[in-house]
Design a protein around this ligand. Structure first.
Ligand code: B12
Length: 440
């Protein structure tokens, strides 16, 4: 039976990013006959008042609450704490069941269900799960990624693995992108996914817990259709919202060729994340021609042993070749370094800096943050447990007591690099990071 679903975006980090997840979920719900209303709290002045006003008018059967970020990865910030009063306000304003979801939620589903005192959540993709849940007829055990309370127990189904070419995105357009078009559309981006899943094994990464390990590639024609529809609606810039656009490289090339065939560069420009492992001069050239105006490339380190310990699928020679390929193609790129992971020393940092100096790139940034956020259910969390998750472990920064599951932000910063932390915090304060993230 068709239902009314309210979708709430509580993400107030600035500059805001349009809630792509809610556009995709709204499309999935609408294509199955459900009605959708969106409450976007990103730019409102008084979120609690907005919640009260919204639910005074809208009487949904189900409320979807998206949790994109748990923290801003720059030490000392735990966004779940700021979202909790908003969930409480929603509970007061509506009696409809609340379901949590999103990349932040998927990193620690059971812990967050308890933290927010909610009974339902979806880990991973929601495109199939949310319409199933809102139909009210599906068996709980059959809904992909569903996390729910059964008596005193919390149960969780395996992550969904949607056929990305069966996604119905024809109803995209629920989200109002206008407030996110900073700089007359030249800076804010609308998101588009080209694939889901990552099979790499970087020790700190949460993506396998969000998108799963099975890589599923979207048809380049469908991606280009989606981009053209966004361009027709006035969007000037897009972010290809994959963890790494160029894994696998053949798919990135196929996308670029489709964009070139459609003269995409004349309709909009786009940005993407890339990693040096599967990158070459031809890809750089095609990206430039296809309209890419910024590539964010994570080189991590100039030391092979550090890259190996980080579980990276590339080595220093690949990073060097990647920078040179971008320079030859005149592709605008930011190179990110990650300092302070396991095995990092002053020597390895000096090697990294020497690598960057020799390459003379235009823009370098240090990863977000220096050091690594230790996320629950990652190989890095296992490394920390082996080293000892104790206050006396000199590589750890953040709460240890009562935080055995790493829900609150704990950072790994190899002992020798610990002196950098106050500098990073100061840099953040003055807004010198490449995303000048501030809380509204
Ligand atoms: C692209 C991207 C960016 C781009 C976004 C560009 C844009 N205009 O959209 C940029 C570079 C701007 C960016 C910035 C940041 N990002 Co970012 N980003 C990503 C990335 C790679 C993809 C996000 C995305 O859009 N995916 C596509 C959408 C469709 O997927 P989704 O949001 O996960 O939604 C699906 C499911 O989660 C689920 N779902 C979502 N909501 C709900 C709700 C319900 C009710 C249900 C049932 C299901 C559900 O269904 C959806 C559809 O299947 C993710 C990593 C990843 N692979 O998830 C990191 C990620 C989301 N980012 C992250 C972070 C930390 C940040 C920054 C804070 C970094 C910084 N310090 O600058 C900022 C925050 C910006 C902000 N204002 O919020 C973290 C968040 C985790 C955390 N630490 O809390 C992630 C997970 C990466 C990581 N480190 O693990 N990011």
């Amino acid at each position: 039976m068709p239902k009314l679903v309210a979708l709430v975006n509580p993400n107030r980090l600035q500059p805001g990013v349009a809630p792509l997840a809610l556009d995709y979920l709204a499309s999935a719900l609408k294509s199955r006959g459900h009605e959708v209303r969106v409450l976007d709290l990103c730019h409102v002045r008084r979120p609690k008042e907005s919640i009260r006003a919204f639910f005074a008018e809208v009487k949904p059967d189900l409320i979807g609450f998206t949790i994109r970020n748990l923290d801003d990865v720059v030490f000392n910030c735990f966004l779940a704490e700021e979202m909790k009063p908003l969930v409480e306000e929603i509970k007061r304003a509506s009696s409809a069941p609340i379901v949590l979801g999103g990349s932040g939620f998927s990193m620690a589903p059971e812990l967050l269900l308890d933290f927010f005192a909610v009974n339902l959540g979806v880990a991973g993709e929601g495109d199939i799960a949310l319409p199933m849940l809102s139909s009210g007829t599906a068996d709980m055990s059959e809904i992909p990624g569903l996390v729910w309370r059964d008596g005193t127990e919390i149960k969780r189904n395996p992550l969904g693995c949607t056929d990305v070419n069966a996604l119905n995105l024809s109803e995209r357009g629920t989200i109002d992108h206008a407030p996110y078009s900073y700089g007359k559309g030249k800076r804010g981006c609308a998101g588009v996914q080209t694939k889901r899943g990552c099979s790499n094994r970087c020790i700190y990464c949460t993506v396998p817990n969000i998108e799963g390990r099975t890589v599923r590639l979207r048809n380049p024609k469908a991606i280009a259709d989606e981009m053209e529809a966004l361009a027709a609606s006035g969007i000037k810039r897009i972010f290809l919202a994959d963890s790494e656009f160029n894994y696998p490289m053949e798919h990135a090339v196929a996308c670029c060729e489709e964009f070139i065939a459609r003269d995409m560069a004349k309709k909009l420009t786009w940005q993407a994340y890339a990693s040096p492992g599967q990158f070459d001069a031809n890809l750089a050239k095609e990206m430039k021609e296809a309209g890419c105006d910024l590539l964010i490339t994570t080189l991590d380190s100039g030391d092979d042993a550090v890259l190996e310990r980080l579980g990276k699928p590339f080595r220093v020679a690949d990073a060097v070749a990647c920078v040179k390929a971008c320079q030859e193609a005149d592709l605008n790129a930011i190179y990110c370094l990650t300092l302070g992971g396991p095995g990092e020393t002053i020597d390895t940092v000096m090697k990294t800096l020497a690598m960057m100096q020799s390459l003379k790139p235009a823009k370098v940034t240090f990863g977000e943050p220096q050091g690594l956020r230790v996320y629950p259910n990652t190989p890095l969390a296992d490394i920390v447990r082996e080293e000892g998750f104790t206050k006396s472990n000199p590589n750890l920064h953040g709460p240890v007591d009562g935080n055995e599951d790493f829900l609150r932000p704990v950072y790994y910063m190899a002992r020798e690099m610990g002196f950098l932390i106050p500098l990073i915090q100061a840099q953040r304060w003055f807004g010198h990071m490449h995303h000048r993230i501030v809380r509204r």
